[in-house]
Design a protein around this ligand. Structure first.
Ligand code: SF4
Length: 356
């Protein structure tokens, strides 16, 4: 299929539309690479509506790269709690420290410099270069990818290496030398507001007259859907152990899934054990004793698995106040409200409070 347009036609149409319809978003009031970078990282896998309050709170607490670099990782994770994909928060913190230490706080303005930093891939680097520095650099985030697949009516698997190569080539060819700052935001806005995954609003789209998917009646069938693999299910048992010293929590290791987040002592349900047996065993591994009271069953979906969590509460009384093991801490209700618990455990705590 031969395109019905040249690259200048696409940017001309997009820029005119963006001038009329572009969204007024907090990170559009600045060219500060720190703020642009923060918004781009927060927007990965997350909607604009969810990001805005986090973005504002984050900048109130860490208004500069230096403020972020000198903060504790715990403080950063606490502010991130609820936004998900926590490796983003850890990478932000590491990157801020790296730029402060190696470049005296000067944000890199090259593709190589940016992609050498933790958590910055080629597309995020392209967005930072275009939006903060007005340097033409292609972007291929989820929204842009969908627009290009449709604009060029790409009918193959959009996740293949062949597609990857072709989409980057198109993204590069369409990025204008003049005005990449507005173009980058315009094409991302188009994907977010009109060329949406389920119901593209072709009637309002500035690219309608040149869009091959529209012309071929393929707008709602492209990109072709990924064959869904079954999401694995993990079963775990968690203990809400309380004593006059508070409720026992532990912090997950910094590296790995849900790193640095807090949770109740938890164990995988394996080896044919019943939840009560696994709970008893975990309690005794902690050197504690008490009567288990089944509190709730929680279901929570994480990015790569579904969690089924059986929650027991146990009052271990004053005798149960053993010394805190590494990464474990007795917390008051107020402290617990402030700590970043990961999703399933926050739900479990809310149910525990409601049942108490
Ligand atoms: Fe997307 Fe429809 Fe616009 Fe094509 S015409 S780019 S399918 S919204």
């Amino acid at each position: 299929m031969t395109p019905l347009f040249d690259s200048a036609e696409v940017s001309r149409r997009l820029l005119a539309w963006y001038g009329r319809e572009g969204r007024d978003l907090p990170w559009r009031e600045t060219r500060d690479p720190y703020r642009i970078w923060l918004s781009e990282i927060m927007l990965q896998q997350t909607t604009v509506a969810a990001v805005i309050p986090y973005y504002k709170r984050f900048l109130e607490r860490f208004p500069t790269l230096d403020a972020l670099a000198t903060a504790s990782l715990d403080d950063v994770i606490t502010l991130w709690a609820g936004l998900g994909y926590y490796s983003r928060a850890r990478n932000l913190h590491r990157t801020a420290q790296q730029i402060m230490a190696e470049a005296a706080g000067a944000f890199p303005d090259t593709l190589e410099g940016l992609t050498a930093l933790p958590g910055i891939g080629r597309s995020t680097a392209g967005a930072i270069l275009s939006i903060a520095f007005d340097i033409p650099a292609p972007i291929l985030d989820g929204n842009v990818r969908r627009v290009l697949v449709r604009l060029f009516a790409w009918t193959e698997d959009p996740r293949s290496s062949r597609a990857e190569k072709q989409l980057w080539a198109w993204a590069g060819a369409l990025t204008p030398e003049v005005g990449p700052h507005d173009y980058a935001q315009a094409i991302m806005d188009l994907g977010a507001t009109l060329c949406t995954s389920r119901e593209p609003d072709c009637g309002s789209c500035p690219l309608q007259e040149i869009c091959l998917a529209y012309k071929e009646g393929l707008a709602t069938t492209l990109p072709i859907a990924r064959k869904k693999s079954k999401t694995p299910v993990r079963q775990q048992v968690a203990l809400i152990i309380h004593s006059p010293a508070g409720i026992l929590l532990r912090q997950r290791p910094a590296e790995g899934l849900l790193g640095c987040l807090w949770e109740f002592p938890t164990v995988d349900l394996s080896g044919g054990l019943k939840p009560e047996q696994a709970a008893d065993r975990l309690l005794s591994d902690l050197g504690l004793h008490g009567v288990l009271d089944k509190n709730s069953e929680i279901r929570h979906v994480y990015s790569h698995f579904k969690l089924e969590l059986t929650v027991f509460s146990i009052d271990v009384g004053p005798a149960g106040i053993v010394s805190e093991r590494s990464a474990h801490r007795w917390c008051s209700g107020t402290e617990l409200e402030m700590l970043p618990l990961h999703g399933a455990h926050r739900k479990a705590y809310n149910k525990f409070k409601a049942n108490s």
